[in-house]
Design a protein around this ligand. Structure first.
Ligand SMILES: C[S@@+](CC[C@H](N)C(=O)[O-])C[C@H]1O[C@@H](n2cnc3c(N)ncnc32)[C@H](O)[C@@H]1O
Length: 250
């Protein structure tokens, strides 16, 4: 169970993270070329599912956090949302496109979690279906762009000023980074979240895990423009396809 300020305040989440139109456009193009059904894993409060449903696609959302799923159901009553764990998805339907965006995939801290999640994604996709994962680009930690240990972000929540101070550390042995957020919201006592741990995933190990799970045509991109093939920026996108004829790996 995730107990950070944002995971327990879906209304604040919606003010901090708004729909990224480039991301929605990218996923819409994938759906148009692959087929109309989308499963968004780690859907949070359902913004991407809601947007793609409004564009005529059939979205389904899954998230581990019950408060997010309740908020998503309230906002988008026509979209099915389920509480679930990406490592063991249990859905009756299978999907043309499966998205796992915004660093959700890096909650798979251990190798066993990565393997279980990719097997679970493989089962949830139709033959020929496409997987899209968007994570922090671990290469950026070791390139010229330094890993900033502290950064501050300001938000206006309604008409109340809020500051989130993010502190990062690197755990060399487990190849993870941690993030701890302290929220300072006008008129309230500062609140320090529990520390979250994320896997640092490098491009060639991502490819290795994807191919090991039975995915084909693996592409590694720098952002939501298909032309961005260099990994200079802060994000890494993984695009892969489930084969049409191969047997599903259990
Ligand atoms: C950083 S948020 C990203 C949300 C959304 N995809 C986006 O890009 O804005 C990570 C989400 O993953 C969810 N999550 C964390 N671990 C999960 C798991 N094991 N299975 C499913 N969802 C998980 C969290 O509840 C949270 O909503």
């Amino acid at each position: 169970m995730l107990r950070t300020f944002l995971h327990t305040h879906p209304d604040v989440w919606d003010q901090v993270f708004q729909l990224d139109p480039r991301r929605a456009g990218f996923v819409a193009r994938l759906l148009a070329s692959t087929g109309p059904t989308l499963l968004d894993v780690g859907c949070a409060t359902g913004v991407l599912c809601g947007e793609l449903a409004a564009r005529g696609f059939q979205s389904t959302g899954v998230d581990l956090t019950p408060a997010f799923i309740q908020a998503a159901r309230r906002k988008y009553s026509q979209v099915p949302f389920h509480v679930g764990d990406m490592r063991r998805l249990r859905l009756r339907a299978s999907f043309h496109v499966l998205t796992c965006l915004g660093t959700t995939f890096l909650y798979n801290v251990r190798n066993e979690d990565l393997t279980a999640t990719l097997a679970s994604f493989h089962r949830a996709l139709r033959p020929g279906g496409v997987l899209l994962i968007d994570v922090v680009n671990a290469m950026a930690f070791i390139q010229a762009r330094p890993f900033r240990s502290t950064s501050e972000h300001r938000f206006l929540l309604g008409n109340v000023q809020a500051t989130a101070t993010l502190e990062h550390t690197v755990l060399e042995e487990t190849q993870c980074f941690t993030e701890q957020v302290t929220w300072r919201v006008e008129g309230r006592r500062p609140r320090r979240d529990p520390r979250s741990t994320f896997r640092m995933l490098f491009p060639q190990e991502a490819r290795h895990f994807l191919e090991g799970a039975g995915f084909q045509d693996v592409k590694i991109l720098g952002d939501f423009r298909l032309s961005a093939r260099r990994l200079e920026g802060p994000r890494m996108l993984l695009l892969a396809r489930k084969g049409v004829t191969q047997r599903t790996r259990e």
